[in-house]
Ligand binder design. Sequence first.
Ligand code: TPP
Ligand code: MG
Length: 583
Amino acid sequence: MSDAAAKKPATTTAEDTLREKSRDANVISGGHLVAKALKAEGVDTIFTLCGGHIIDIYDGCLDEGIRIVDVRHEQTAAHAADGYARQTGKLGCVVTTAGPGCTNAVTGIATAFRSESPVLHIGGQSALNQWKMGGLQDLNHVGLMQSITKFASTVMSTERVADMVSMAARECFAGAPGPAYLEIPRDVLDREIDVSRAVLPKPGHYRASTKSAGDPRDIERLADILVNAERPAILMGQQVWTARGHEEAIALLRGLDIPGYFNGAGRGLLPPGDPHHFDRTRTMAFSKADVIVIVGTPFDFRMGYGKRINVPCLVQIDMDYKTVGKNRDIDLGIVGDPGAVLGAVLQAASGRLKNDKRQMRQQWMRDLTKAEDAALEKLMPIFKSDQSPIHPYRVAYEINEFLTEDTIYIGDGGDVVTISAQAVRPRGPGNWMDPGALGSLGVGTGFSMAAKLAHPHKEVLCYYGDGAFGMTSFDMETADRFGAPYIAVIGNNSAMNQIRYGQMAKYGPQRGNVGNKLGDMEFSYFPKMWGGHGEEVREASQIAPALRRAREFVQTNGKSAVINVWVDPNEYAPGTKNQTMYK
Ligand SMILES: Cc1ncc(C[n+]2csc(CCOP(=O)(O)OP(=O)(O)O)c2C)c(N)n1
Ligand SMILES: [Mg+2]
């Protein structure tokens, strides 16, 4: 844990001493039981915004050495808990007060739900002895949260507080991970009970291993399929990273000489330039392959619901039984942990790949590489465009050139960020974060703060649209307050441009510019309010030097930097032009 961790009071007052003395070791309150259960689950940080209903949890966290990161908006707390889960591979935790504290966090929890991120949301509630009486901030939180969590419940007794935190944590990891919500009424939280009456699940003893390798017969079948394939291709999705199966995934691609494609959090599992890393030829590969294996990503809109895949043999591997075979037929489905399944398949196939097949695959990969190179060549003129106003492709290209092996890249916005997917190639596993299938604008600030807190030695760069930046950026100050500075680059077109394009196309320029234009904001002023760095960039040649100065500033001053790049509002991503995301 960093220095900013566990904000213990700097000085001990007489009042503190009194409280310490009066604390009876034989009794414990609900808030302290929450903290104990979180500690047992390996949670070292909570993201929160305070409220009278939840303060006893903070008091417990102080005792357990759990870092309390208090933000300015609960949406950011929830995105940060999600981001922290993605970056640590452990349970993320957000704590909000009752009523608006909960509703403000809804977008973050919903994002985690669609992204299969294990986040425990603990929320306050009026005291049970005022149940349904119309208390301050009273709301049916459980009813509200049920549809965006895997599990949502009220804790009805102090004795069960730790037990139910552990239960909710277990639910987060059942099958494909996801969020859970737990509401704890104020009297349940504040009440002190005899320690002996509290149900306290023992760390490491209340959860099974989740590393199931699927049905052994299906593993054999897949090994057979893969050793006999001539033009196989594998798509590694987010679950491969979520479940930390990247080593097995890479070993399989290399061991059996199979081209790998990557989406969502799967991006970066292999660095660009690796012989088994492919990204610009997915359509070609998917139309010419004889076997396709989809690992850990659903057939949702990002995959055209699987309808465009036309292949003699389609295999799907997923942590969730409900996802396998959904939206289109498959030839083989395996439910299990991606790493465990892929590791078992490699083992079962070991030594069985015949030389002629290996040579065919190498030719297949050479053909794909050629097509990749041609696709990149085609993009080069706009990547290097020095037009004024700046072409958004140039910004994305410059960001990619700027990334190091230790930079975590986060995208938060519409069109400018869609464009960046064509240019930005993260150099390592976990170095790519996007909102996922919910497509939520505003994830950037929480994700950035969480990524930096989880990996203080890494650099974090968030690329925002100007619309997205406006949503959550006030919490950049929170990131800096907790020693988690990052570089924010804004592709500023003074509009919600991704939406504007569709409106213009449908209603024409007169009526299409309605409800989607923003003011011209010189965002470089913003971080200066608390000692950060800001720059305006209006010429393409100035992007790279500004990025370098931002890096230097963040490293030297420990505060964030904002590079506000003015981009051409009349340039759009092909996906936006086709409006593929709505199909
Ligand atoms: C929270 C939220 N509200 C609205 C949308 C719909 N939406 C998708 S892209 C977009 C425009 C985003 O504008 P900006 O961040 O400036 O990026 P640009 O498209 O201009 O590059 C909007 C409003 C969304 N995805 N999420
Ligand atoms: Mg914009």
